[in-house]
Design a binder for this molecule. Structure first.
Ligand SMILES: Nc1ncnc2c1ncn2[C@@H]1O[C@H](COP(=O)(O)OP(=O)(O)OP(=O)(O)O)[C@@H](O)[C@H]1O
Length: 583
């Protein structure tokens, strides 16, 4: 048996004989994988079995094949095992990505109209009106003056979400978008000039586009409706669009607009000119990053994952290919079609001293300034649950923490206990619990974070086998080993060891999320509040957009039609970012 490639890089685990899916029955893999099977669609929460091989084509995410197999995902909505029982309400039911998904009501302060948490300039907004707690799926409109995510047609990819993007305040691209669209004439394909295909993946092609008459450039992901429908990928496209609509964070994509035509769904996002980290790593001496550079990228990814988890999004597909490099060298985590959405209750683990003064109940919350901080929230507008004080928490001296962040509060919102049975990811990055089919939650992102850091530092992943079967076998059964060269620090190794623990509940960050990782000595000296201002290790060659000035792309719609037809003919990689082709 083999992990059956079905025309692309995807394998369909659930349709395979179990002995072929993974040799070592003693590890219990077969029985687990067999549990992924077609089930009552009324209870299907998501697709199973979406495993992408790493592309042989450097720098491009491998396309995945369509899957018709669904499985029941048991979503346990308790976001943290520390949560007081009375603060949970799991009787709510809402639609997440078109799929019934029970969600808890967030504990809300009755004096507050808003529930808003902001982390490192990223923000999450929780609608005050959501009795069922669908804050994750239905963000509230906090800043109506900013931008427009609209649709000029109404259909399955509903675009009711109006953007809230405080971190992109002052961004001229918003002005361009707003100037070009109005309620009467929303944006459409004709507003854009297609300049270059940047790449394509399983559900769409991505183009560099210019918003006509504005000198503003974007990346536009174009998804062929017919192709999505025939390959049962509408849900993936919908998931990605909905998640993009929620994001407002410096290391995550900004969705400037969304619209659809008769044939296509179109997402207008920020353009990243620097290619991806996979390509960038291969350009480094000995094809691995220095520890300093790896720490820089890991720091930004960690903040992005922390933010996603607070929104109830388990990313599930972290790999260097999905980490794009912006023109100034900071990163942007992209590609959300394999992500899992669930619900979380953000929890204030430790407040700042300022906030502490306002608390009347000294029995809850950690109100001292002794321990360092990891989240940055706005106490005036965010009223999370407070946890009982834990006396045995390690002091900052145990972790060698940076004093810069000591006075900041600590917020935890980790969807650790969510349970998905899907088999999704990329072989070398798959967490053991996914392979074993045990059900997985946000801890898979911390596993992939460990693989990611290992790869940045060593130039290879730790469990890579001669083929996919061997890789899966190694992930589940082989111990973590470090090569003699390149040498990495004991701190880096220690962190990677903590992340690559095969049992998710023993993995670092399982209990307190990103905070635990931030406190690891590997990140000592990182000023978490100012990561965005740090100097990146590599600055990409600037793109000369003037080269497109004389090119006329009169008929974009026609071009789009051609694009839709030739999506499988060839591939484009981001390695040719500077070597533009013209339409
Ligand atoms: N914002 C962006 N700026 C520049 N290039 C981008 C951007 N977004 C995507 N790309 C390029 O387009 C390619 C395809 O995009 P993406 O991975 O989102 O498509 P997909 O169909 O979701 O792929 P996958 O099969 O991995 O799910 C990427 O590999 C990347 O090279």
């Amino acid at each position: 048996m083999s992990l059956k490639p079905t025309g692309g890089d995807l394998v369909e685990m659930s349709s395979m004989p179990l002995d072929q899916a993974c040799e070592p029955d003693k590890m219990g893999l077969s029985a687990k994988i067999s549990s992924i099977s077609t089930s009552n669609p009324a209870h299907d929460f998501e697709k199973s079995s979406q495993v992408a091989k790493r592309s042989a084509n450097p720098g491009r995410v491998s396309p995945c094949e369509p899957l018709n197999v669904y499985s029941i995902s048991q979503i346990n909505l308790t976001s943290t095992d520390k949560a007081p029982a009375d603060s949970q309400n799991t009787d709510g039911m809402t639609m997440t990505g078109g799929i019934p998904c029970p969600l808890p009501s967030p504990k809300r302060d009755t004096n507050s109209d808003n529930l808003t948490a902001t982390t490192l300039s990223g923000s999450l907004a929780i609608s005050p009106n959501t009795r069922t707690g669908d804050a994750v799926s239905s963000p509230s409109i906090i800043n109506p003056s900013r931008g427009s995510v609209n649709s000029n047609r109404s259909n399955s990819l509903d675009s009711s979400c109006t953007p809230l993007r405080p971190h992109t305040g002052g961004d001229v691209r918003w002005d361009a978008i707003n100037a070009s669209s109005s309620r009467d004439s929303p944006l459409g394909l004709s507003n854009f000039r297609l300049l270059k295909r940047l790449g394509y993946g399983d559900i769409g092609s991505v183009y560099l586009v210019e918003l006509r008459g504005t000198n503003a450039f974007f990346a536009m992901k174009v998804m062929d409706k017919g192709s999505l429908a025939s390959r049962n990928k509408l849900l993936r496209a919908q998931t990605e669009r909905e998640i993009l609509g929620l994001l407002d964070h410096p290391f995550l994509p900004t969705l400037y607009s969304y619209f659809e035509t008769e044939k296509f769904y179109c997402l207008v996002m920020e353009f990243c000119s620097g290619g991806n980290l996979h390509t960038l790593r291969q350009k480094q001496p000995n094809k691995h990053f220095t520890e300093e550079a790896a720490r820089f990228y890991a720091t930004e990814i960690l903040l992005a994952l922390e933010y996603l988890h607070m929104l109830g999004i388990v990313y599930r597909d972290l790999k260097p290919e999905n980490v794009l490099v912006r023109e100034e060298g900071h990163i942007m985590l992209s590609d959300f079609d394999l992500s899992l959405r669930c619900s979380v209750c953000p929890t204030l683990v430790k407040s700042s001293s300022v906030h502490a003064g306002n608390q009347s109940d000294s029995a809850v919350g950690i109100l001292d300034d002794e321990n360092a901080v990891r989240g940055c929230i706005q106490p005036s507008t965010f009223f999370p649950r407070l946890l009982p004080i834990k006396k045995n928490r390690k002091s900052k001296s145990d972790f060698g923490l940076n004093n810069n962040t000591n006075s900041l509060p600590e917020l935890m919102a980790e969807p650790t206990n969510v349970r998905s049975m899907s088999f999704v990811g990329t072989h070398e990055y798959l967490a053991p619990e996914i392979i074993r089919g045990e059900g997985h939650g946000s801890a898979v992102d911390w596993w992939t974070f460990g693989i990611f850091l290992y790869e940045l530092l060593h130039g290879t992943t730790p469990f890579k086998g001669s083929g996919n079967r061997a890789t899966l076998f190694n992930v589940v059964g082989q111990p973590l080993r470090f090569p003699e060269t390149p040498q990495v620090s004991s701190m880096a190794r220690d962190l990677i060891r903590g992340l690559l623990v095969k049992e998710p509940h023993k993995r670092i960050a399982y209990k307190r999320g990103a905070t635990e990782i931030k406190q690891h000595p590997f990140f000592e000296g990182v000023n978490w509040a100012l990561v965005r201002s740090a100097t990146p290790p590599c600055i990409p060659e600037p793109v000369d957009f003037l080269q497109f000035a004389s090119k006329d792309t009169a008929n974009s719609d026609k071009k789009m039609a051609e694009i839709g037809n030739d999506r499988n003919k060839n591939s484009s990689t981001d390695s040719s970012y500077v070597d533009f082709e013209y339409f």
